[in-house]
Design a protein around this ligand. Structure first.
Ligand code: SF4
Length: 287
């Protein structure tokens, strides 16, 4: 999982940033850091948000409709999209936000309690709000226990993680929504991510027989609202499986882009129509 670099520094192999970390340092995501000569998921089990959300809010349009998920998030993210819609926790570290430790056993217990109170409509656990893969070991450990308890696991992610991370989680994930933020390397560079890595994650999850996959593209005006790029994106997704649901969603100004206007509703609908040329299930969001 980690590589010694000499002089006490180690390299994180969770995402393409490959942060080199010396003693006391945390990575670009603020969630992983140096600990006793190795890279550790310091945010493991540190929960900043927990809520009972409808499945549709993740968003998942074609998986167990009407169900509910105990949804948890921590802090940190390996991307830095200037328009981050969850920046209060995603662009934060351990000292910036209140959190409490909820270890996997406790989270499964909370979810079973919620199911008992809600007459079986609680399907399981969703890892969401910040970027779950920066502490992917928590998703893995909770996922194993959740399956043993008859609960489902849902992952809402930017998908920007190395293949060994996705390989470890894919058999445990029953449903995923992965952001495909745009379809150019420049756009991903602007967001601090890597398009090819995300495409590989989407292909891997789509190939997992027990994983239901949906994809979300947030449309930011004058940044990724080119119909030709949307056509390329949808065609590529359709080449994997034309039945993958694509959510084309409306952006609202946030964080470093808090000025400006939301995406025009007409733009979202026009781009969704473009995508429908390649995909059977395209839904608009936030409109
Ligand atoms: S997961 Fe975090 S610490 Fe690891 S390489 Fe990515 S940004 Fe750096």
């Amino acid at each position: 999982m980690t590589t010694g670099e000499g002089a006490g520094s180690v390299t994180c192999d969770t995402c393409p940033h490959a942060c080199k970390l010396g003693p006391g340092r945390v990575g670009r995501c603020r969630a992983r850091g140096w600990q006793d000569g190795t890279v550790a998921p310091l945010s493991y089990g540190r929960i900043t948000s927990i809520a009972l959300d409808p499945v549709e809010k993740k968003p998942l349009a074609r998986w167990r409709p009407g169900g509910w998920l105990v949804s948890v998030g921590s802090y940190g993210c390996n991307l830095s999209c200037p328009f981050c819609q969850n920046h209060q926790i995603a662009q934060a570290g351990a000292d910036d936000v209140p959190w409490r430790t909820v270890l996997p056993e406790e989270l499964v217990g909370i979810t079973l309690d919620a199911r008992a109170r809600n007459q079986q409509r609680v399907e399981g656990i969703a890892h969401t709000y910040n970027e779950p893969l920066v502490a992917w070991e928590y998703v893995r450990d909770t996922g194993v226990l959740a399956h043993e308890a008859g609960l489902a696991n849902v992952l809402v992610s930017n998908g920007c993680a190395q293949p060994h991370v996705i390989d470890a989680l894919a058999p445990l994930v029953d449903a995923a929504n992965v952001d495909l933020k745009g379809f150019t390397s420049d756009y991903y560079r602007w967001c601090g991510g890597d398009l090819d890595t995300v495409k590989a994650s989407i292909k891997r999850l789509a190939a997992e027989p027990t994983c239901h996959l949906e994809v979300t593209t947030l449309i930011v005006p004058q940044r990724n609202d080119d119909p030709h790029a949307m056509e390329d994106l949808a065609r590529w997704l359709g080449s994997i499986d034309p039945n993958i649901t694509l959510h084309v969603t409306r952006y609202f100004p946030r964080w470093r882009m808090s000025g400006g206007n939301p995406t025009p509703v007409t733009t979202v609908h026009e781009l969704a129509d473009v995508a429908r040329g390649e995909l059977a299930h395209v839904v608009v969001g936030n409109c």
